[in-house]
Write a protein that binds this ligand. Structure first.
Ligand code: FAD
Ligand code: NAD
Length: 479
């Protein structure tokens, strides 16, 4: 193996593998070092996203949704099936197969693009040198023209509910349950809590989610969040807001979680607990004291808009730097950094990072919420369209939620789009493209959408901004 590369990338999650592939495409000799291992101890690429995050959680979400549809809704559609059951072991094995296919795919892409994949732990030394330790503990020093740090993040732990790997677990373990827990406690009503809560609730767990904040999904538009909360509660998830977890105890294979709601002391007994209270940047053993890379006050690697650290020639991308901890944000940063190293002027537009929560219905948004605009005092106009008025959504018996578009009162430029509904994760891409091109609501309204589609709801919401949606009675709202 060579010991000098144009670029060394540390971490092969979405941020790191994208950076490595793009660097190789641009003609740089590139190595990517990653220390992750699968259950058998073999090196594995793809980071959190492919192994313990986005992909396995979506595999379980999609399968559990199909199961819940068959059990609870098929009869309303005239489909008769009897004895619908779930085989957790089979479901998990399929999830593992999807993960293996995709992580193997990264290995193939590395090979095809000429990226040198190195298994083991990496530490950044001064002067763009990288210390590599392999599985046998052998240490070697590699040199690079540029280094890209992409070590990702790990779950935050809290004192009142210490993880024990069995009854009180983090998201990684929660993707490995071997049976459906009769009662499941989830701490945190964020993306992970709602997604994994949905999985196990659909499969039959009684799910209780304890969320410290009084507000549900504070980063989302509150009209959408309120409707989402109502629907998720109706599905059976017991979401308790303003519930501060104070302690826990384990007895007879059950966990008692103590929490305070207002002035009231409460407790709840469950069979498993998932702690999903956020993630923190992972920089343990990554940086030698003289590496020249600094952390900010919250422990993230400090970078500028172009993801440059304070050490010349060293960049950092993904969950380890400021901004939302999302795979697509890390991937765009990885691509940007590779192109900047090649002398191009690439940028990431942080104003158009889409957020999605893969519940059913899905919750997705991009840009400003109505609350943010109200607080800023800028004038805006809102147009919304309910899926209950969409022919396609009704035909599919999937008509909960709405599309809400917020546009600038003067220029009509789209400032934010918020979707609660079927396929919101796909629909939001239309809004991202529109906003990337600085579209006005009128531009979207003048665009033709195929009929009958869910996308037409985006069209109708854009028309509603101008007060002339066709398939509903218009109620224009401005501020
Ligand atoms: P990571 O994916 O964490 O990869 C970092 C890699 O670097 C790891 O393999 C790590 O072992 C390696 N590494 C760290 N330090 C070293 C070192 N010193 N030497 C060598 N290797 C090192 N995001 C979405 O956008 N959509 C989703 O649907 C979604 N779902 C999620 C579901 C769950 C349950 C979780 C936990 C997360 C989810 N996320 C989702 C978040 C997403 O997984 C992260 O934003 C993304 O993985 C971050 O990518 P990254 O490249 O920065 O880091
Ligand atoms: P999060 O920040 O989304 O949500 C954590 C929630 O826990 C918050 O609502 C917070 O108020 C609450 N909380 C914090 N401390 C608490 C306490 N002591 N008691 C009760 N509630 C408490 O974090 P997450 O859900 O753990 O996800 C971690 C990261 O992974 C997020 O940044 C998220 O973007 C990413 N992720 C994304 C997706 C997706 O894009 N669909 C899915 C899963 C995870």
């Amino acid at each position: 193996m060579a010991d000098k590369f144009d670029v060394i990338v540390i971490g092969a999650g979405p941020g790191g593998y994208t950076a490595a592939i793009r660097c190789a495409q641009l003609g740089f000799s590139t190595a990517c070092i990653d220390k992750s291992q699968d259950k058998s101890g073999a090196p594995v690429l793809g980071g959190t996203c492919l192994n313990w995050g986005c992909i396995p959680s979506k595999a379980l979400l999609d399968v559990s949704h199909k199961f819940a549809e068959a059990r609870d809704h098929f009869s309303e559609l005239g489909i008769t099936i009897e004895g619908v059951g779930v085989d957790v072991a089979k479901m998990m094995a399929r999830k593992d197969k999807v993960v293996a296919q995709l992580t193997g795919g990264i290995a193939t892409l590395f090979k095809a693009n000429g990226v040198t994949s190195i298994a083991g732990c990496a530490r950044l030394l001064a002067g763009k040198k990288v210390e590599h330790t392999n599985a046998q503990g052998q240490v070697s020093i590699l040199e690079a023209g540029h280094v890209i740090l992409a070590p990702g993040s790990v779950p935050v732990a809290i004192e009142p509910t210490p993880l024990n790997g069995e009854l009180i677990v983090d998201s990684e373990r929660a993707l490995e349950f071997t049976e459906v827990p009769p009662r499941l406690g989830v701490i945190g009503a964020g993306a992970i809590g709602l997604e994994l809560g949905s999985v196990w609730s659909r499969l039959g767990s009684e799910v209780i989610i304890l969320e410290a904040l009084e507000e549900f999904l504070p980063a989302a538009d509150q009209r959408i969040a309120r409707d989402g909360l109502r629907i998720l509660k109706k599905q059976g998830m017991d979401i308790r807001l303003g519930a501060r977890v104070m302690g826990s105890s384990i007895e007879d294979n059950a966990v008692s979680i103590e929490y305070v709601e207002g002035d009231e002391q409460n407790h709840v007994e469950v069979d498993k607990v998932i702690v999903a209270v956020g993630r923190r940047p992972y920089t343990e053993e990554l940086l030698a004291p003289d590496s020249g890379v600094n952390l900010d006050e919250r422990g993230f690697i400090y970078v500028n808009e172009g993801c440059e650290t304070e050490a010349p020639g060293v960049y950092a991308v993904g969950d380890v730097v400021r901004g939302p901890m999302l795979a697509h944000k890390g991937m765009e940063e990885g691509m940007m950094v590779a192109e900047r190293i090649a002398g191009e002027k690439s940028q990431v537009n942080y104003d158009t990072v889409p957020s999605v929560i893969y519940t059913h219905p899905e919750i997705a948004w991009v840009g400003k919420t109505e609350e943010e605009l109200k607080a800023s005092g800028d004038g805006y106009v809102v147009g919304s369209f309910p899926f209950a008025a969409s022919g396609r959504a009704l035909a599919a018996a999937d008509a909960e939620g709405m599309v809400k578009i917020i546009a600038d009162a003067e220029s009509d430029r789209i400032l934010g789009v918020h979707v609660l509904g079927p396929q919101a994760s796909e629909l939001i891409a239309e809004a991202v493209i529109a906003m990337e091109f600085s579209a006005s609501a009128e531009d979207l309204g003048l665009t033709m959408f195929a009929h009958p589609t869910l996308s037409e709801s985006m069209h109708e919401a854009a028309l509603a901004v101008g007060g002339h949606a066709i398939h509903m009675v218009n109620r224009k709202r401005s501020n």
